[in-house]
Ligand binder design. Structure first.
Ligand code: FE
Ligand code: FE
Length: 197
């Protein structure tokens, strides 16, 4: 496709490939493809969706014992939950790399930053990246297919359901629920009630 000849795309692709295992690189490509699909359907900026999808997990393989330190070195502020549930940190470091290494725009960086938790009042691109990550072709967990079918009809409905699944899963595993995830869920539910759905 055309974007594969774009220099910035090539540079990001090379970087992501170097930083990630084969499997996670393939996941990144799957998320990118899903993000592009949603962007086309819902009229989001396709190039933003491609870049965000491709780079979203670039920091996912930073070793557990280095995550907090690296974030602090980069001047990234972490909250109490992120310092405990350090798997969350890859989203903020990824957004940092997108901005500082590749000069990607705020919309893209915000979408990377919130791809794991969601947040209140998400932009179209934030919703797309969250749902692309949840429903990409390589996903086999319960609910991925269902959420994908929902997302093709109504992004907000799919997002509300995906957030619910994520939050319940985290709780069942005895993990921390990040407040941004709760905020995302409540925001969508409030909106739905206001619309009388
Ligand atoms: Fe991720
Ligand atoms: Fe991912």
């Amino acid at each position: 496709m055309e974007y594969e000849n774009d220099d910035k795309y090539k540079a990001i692709d090379k970087y992501v490939k170097e930083k990630l295992s084969e499997n996670r690189y393939m996941h990144s490509i799957s998320v990118m493809n899903r993000a592009l699909e949603f962007a086309k359907q819902y009229g989001a900026n396709e190039q933003d969706a491609i870049y965000a999808g491709l780079i979203h997990d670039v920091a996912k393989e930073v070793p557990k014992n280095q995550r907090v330190l690296l974030a602090e070195e980069l001047g990234i502020e972490l909250d109490e939950i992120e310092k405990e549930a350090t798997a969350l940190i890859h989203a903020k470091i990824g957004a940092y790399i997108a901005r500082n290494t590749f000069g990607l725009n705020d919309e893209i960086c915000d979408a990377i930053r919130t791809h794991t938790t969601g947040c209140a009042n998400m932009t179209l691109l934030q919703k797309i990246i969250y749902l692309a990550d949840f429903t990409s072709e390589d996903r086999s967990f319960d609910g991925a297919k269902e959420v994908y079918e929902m997302a093709k009809k109504n992004l907000d409905e799919a997002l509300l359901y995906a957030l619910k699944i994520s939050i319940i899963d985290v709780m069942n595993e005895g993990g921390f629920v990040h407040p941004d995830g709760v905020a995302a869920y409540n925001y969508l539910l409030l909106n739905k009630r206001k619309k009388g759905e």
